[in-house]
Design a protein around this ligand. Structure first.
Ligand SMILES: Nc1ncnc2c1ncn2[C@@H]1O[C@H](COP(=O)(O)OP(=O)(O)OP(=O)(O)O)[C@@H](O)[C@H]1O
Ligand SMILES: [Mg+2]
Length: 299
C-alpha cells in the first residue's frame, strides 16, 4: 500500500481532475464463464465475506451513571453492520442516537455489554486479536489532548506512541501540519486553539499511523466553511487515492451526500435505515438527505 503522504497534495490544484480508470470486466465474469448461475452466486458470496473489513454484530451498550440512584441510558440496542473494504460509510442520526458510542466501540475505546466487533475477520474482543487495532485510528468530535502541548508537540507525542521517532517522525508531523493547514498554529498550545483548529489537529493525529480504517466523528464540526471544504477534499483523497476505509459521523447532510457511499441512520440506538443516499431518499420519499433526515428522525 502507498504511504499516506505519497502524492497527496494539500488541495487539488484548480482545474485538475482525477483521471478516469478504465473498467475491466466485472469480478463475476470469470465465474459466469466457468459454471453458470450457481457459480455466480457462489462467487458473489465469497466476494462479499472477504470484502468486509469491519463487522459489528449485535452491539448493545447501556451507560450507568450515578451511584446511589443509578440512571441507565440505552445507547445502542443491537447494532449489526458490515463495512466493505475501501468504503466511505456515513453514520447519521439525531443527537444522542448513539453514533459516537458506536465509533468508540469499533475503535475499542469502550466495551459493549453484548456483541462483538470483527476487524478483517478478527474478533477485537479477543485478546489475541487486539493488535488489529494498529491498522485503525479515530478523530474524536471533541478532542482533548494534553493542554500544555503545542500542536507540533502533541503530534510528536502521539507519533512516538505509534512507534515513530527521528527523521521519520519529524517528516510525517511536518507533512500532516501542511496537509491540515496548521502551519500558523504549529507552536500554539492546545488549550489556546479554537474548536475548529483542535479538530484539524485531531484529524492530523488520526493519520499518524497510516491507518487502513479511519473513524471520523464529526470531522468538520466547528470549522469555517472554507476549511470544511478543504477537509472534505482531504477525506475524499484519503479514500480515493489511498483506499482507506472511512466511517464518519456528521450532522451536515450536504457533507453526507458529497462523501458517503452508504449511510446507516441510527435512531434510539437502532438502525432505522441503511443504504445509499438514493435508497434512503426513496424509502422516505424525500428530495434530499436533509428531508430524509427530518423524516427518519421524527418520532
Ligand atoms: N459516558 C456516558 N455516560 C452516560 N450516558 C452517556 C455517556 N455517553 C453517552 N451517553 C448517552 O448515550 C446516548 C448516546 O450518546 P452518543 O454520544 O453516542 O450519541 P451521538 O449520536 O453521538 O450524539 P451527538 O449527535 O449529540 O454527538 C445519549 O443519550 C447520551 O446521553
Ligand atoms: Mg456524537
Amino acid at each position: 500500500m502507498a504511504t499516506l503522504f505519497e502524492g497527496l497534495p494539500v488541495i487539488d490544484p484548480p482545474g485538475i481532475r482525477p483521471q478516469r480508470v478504465a473498467h475491466t470486466s466485472s469480478p463475476e465474469a470469470p465465474a459466469r464463464r466457468a459454471g453458470g448461475p450457481y457459480a455466480i452466486l457462489k462467487r458473489k458470496t465469497i466476494m462479499k465475506k472477504k470484502d468486509i473489513i469491519v463487522e459489528v454484530q449485535g452491539i448493545v451498550k447501556t451507560y450507568k451513571s450515578g451511584f446511589f440512584k443509578p440512571r441507565y441510558t440505552k445507547a445502542l440496542q443491537g447494532i449489526d453492520l458490515a463495512i466493505h473494504d475501501g468504503e466511505l460509510f456515513g453514520v447519521l442520526g439525531p443527537n444522542g442516537a448513539g453514533k459516537t458510542t458506536l465509533l468508540n466501540i469499533i475503535m475499542g475505546l469502550i466495551t459493549p455489554d453484548r456483541g462483538c466487533v470483527m476487524i478483517a475477520g478478527n474478533n477485537t474482543c479477543d485478546v489475541f486479536h487486539r493488535d488489529t487495532r494498529n491498522v485503525m485510528n479515530m478523530s474524536s468530535g471533541n478532542p482533548n489532548y494534553p493542554w500544555a502541548l503545542t500542536v507540533k508537540e502533541a503530534l510528536n507525542f502521539y507519533g512516538m506512541l505509534y512507534g515513530l521517532w527521528g527523521r521519520k517522525l519529524s517528516v510525517k508531523v511536518n507533512r500532516l501540519i501542511e496537509l491540515m493547514q496548521l502551519e500558523k498554529y504549529r507552536d500554539i498550545r492546545f488549550d489556546e486553539l479554537s474548536t475548529g483548529t483542535k479538530q484539524r489537529t485531531s484529524i492530523a493525529k488520526s493519520l499518524l499511523n497510516d491507518p487502513k480504517i479511519l473513524l471520523l466523528d464529526e470531522p468538520t464540526s466547528g470549522m469555517d466553511p472554507d476549511i470544511s471544504v478543504k477537509i472534505r477534499q482531504v477525506i475524499k483523497r484519503l479514500h480515493k487515492d489511498l483506499k482507506i476505509t472511512i466511517l464518519l459521523t456528521t450532522h451536515y447532510m450536504r457533507e453526507a451526500e458529497e462523501l458517503c457511499g452508504r449511510i446507516a441512520f441510527i435512531k434510539n440506538g437502532n438502525i432505522a435505515a441503511l443504504g445509499t443516499k438514493e435508497k434512503i431518499q426513496r424509502m422516505t420519499s424525500s428530495k434530499n438527505m436533509e428531508e430524509a433526515f427530518i423524516e427518519l428522525a421524527a418520532d
